[in-house]
Design a protein around this ligand. Structure first.
Ligand SMILES: [Zn+2]
Length: 302
C-alpha cells in the first residue's frame, strides 16, 4: 500500500472524500483527494473559487497558526498534517480539493489523512521520482530556536529528523525525538500525535475569531502540569512527536522527498518554511537527484 520507496512517481488509485470541521472557521469542509496526472505535484484546489495552488514552499504566505498557502485571495490553511501523510505514503502527484479556506482538522493528527490515503490506495504511475539531496548544511534561527538541514553522514539514507522542544508548561517540558521517514514507523510512531495548545491561548484565539472549531476532540489542551483531555495523551511524548509530524509536512513543500538530515530545536511552521527558502536560495545547497525533478519544482499552479 505505502509506496515510499518506489522509483516511479505515485498517485492514488481512486478518489476519496471526507467531511470534517475546519479548526478556525468551525464550519464543515469537504475534502477530496483525487488522482492526478504525472508531474502534477501536490496541488490544492479551492472548488468554491476555481483556483489551484501548488503545495510549494514559495506559495506559503502565513505560518502563524498553521501552514497556509495562497494565490491571490484564495487561501488554503492547515495543510501540514495532510502533507505529512502524503510524504510518508510517498504520494507525488495529487489534486486536493477543498470547498473552504482550510482543511478539516479531524482529530488534530495525520492519522485520518493517512487512513484516507491508504483506503484509496497508492500506485506507481511512471516517470522518475525526484529526490532533493542536501549537499551542505543550511541553518535558520530565530529567538534561540533553529532548524537545519545537513547532508547525510556516511551510510545515511532517507529523511532523518532529530527534533527537540522545550515549553514552560510542566506537562510538556523538554522532549526530544528522532525519526527516519524511510522507515515504516510513521503510522505507529508519528501519525497519531495530535496538535496541542495551552489553555491560556485558547481565549485569545477565540477573541480573535479563530479556533472556532477547536475542541478537546481535535487538540491536546495543556494547563501547566495538567492535560485537560479526559482521555489523556496518546504517547507520553506526544508533543514532540506532533512537532516532528509538522516538520515532515512543512518540508514536503520542498516539492520532492528530501535526502538528508534535519536537526531542529523548538522549530515551528515559520522556521520550517524559512529553512526551505534558504535551501533553494543557493543552488550549491542541493542537488536534484533525477532529471525528472525539474518539472514539479517549476510548477506554480496547475
Ligand atoms: Zn501540526
Amino acid at each position: 500500500m505505502i509506496q515510499r520507496d518506489a522509483a516511479a512517481r505515485c498517485t492514488l488509485k481512486a478518489p476519496i472524500s471526507a467531511v470534517g470541521r475546519g479548526l478556525h472557521s468551525g464550519a464543515d469542509v469537504r475534502l477530496t483527494l483525487r488522482p492526478a496526472a504525472l508531474n502534477t505535484g501536490i496541488v490544492f484546489r479551492r472548488t468554491d473559487l476555481g483556483v489551484d495552488v501548488a503545495a510549494k514552499f514559495d506559495n506559503v504566505t502565513d505560518t502563524r497558526l498553521c501552514t497556509l498557502i495562497s494565490r491571490g485571495d484564495a487561501k488554503i490553511g492547515t495543510i501540514e498534517h495532510l502533507m505529512a501523510a502524503l510524504a510518508a505514503a510517498g504520494v507525488d502527484d495529487l489534486i486536493v480539493e477543498v470547498d473552504a479556506p482550510e482543511l478539516p482538522v479531524f482529530d488534530g493528527s495525520a492519522a485520518p489523512f493517512l487512513f484516507l490515503i491508504e483506503s484509496a490506495g497508492v500506485i506507481e504511475h511512471g516517470g522518475a521520482r525526484p529526490v532533493l539531496e542536501i549537499l551542505r548544511p543550511v541553518r535558520v534561527e530565530q529567538n534561540g530556536a533553529f532548524a537545519e538541514l545537513r547532508p547525510h553522514a556516511d551510510g545515511g539514507t532517507g529523511f532523518d529528523i532529530s527534533l527537540s522542544i522545550e515549553f514552560a508548561a510542566r506537562a510538556i517540558g523538554a522532549q526530544a525525538y528522532h525519526f527516519n521517514l524511510s522507515t515504516a514507523g510513521f503510522a505507529d510512531e508519528i501519525a497519531r500525535a495530535r496538535t496541542f495548545t495551552q489553555r491560556g491561548e485558547i481565549e485569545a484565539l477565540r477573541q480573535a475569531g479563530l479556533a472556532r472549531g477547536g475542541s478537546l476532540a481535535n487538540a491536546v489542551v495543556v494547563d501547566d502540569d495538567k492535560i485537560m483531555n479526559p482521555e489523556g495523551l496518546r504517547y507520553a511524548d506526544e508533543f514532540v512527536r506532533h512537532k516532528l509530524l509538522d516538520v515532515i509536512g512543512d518540508l514536503y513543500l520542498a516539492g520532492a522527498p528530501i535526502s538528508g538530515r534535519f536537526i531542529g530545536s523548538r522549530t515551528g511552521h515559520a522556521l520550517n518554511n524559512q529553512l526551505l527558502r534558504a535551501v533553494y536560495a543557493d543552488q550549491a545547497n542541493y542537488r536534484l537527484a533525477t532529471g525528472a525533478l525539474e518539472a514539479p519544482l517549476q510548477l506554480t499552479a496547475a
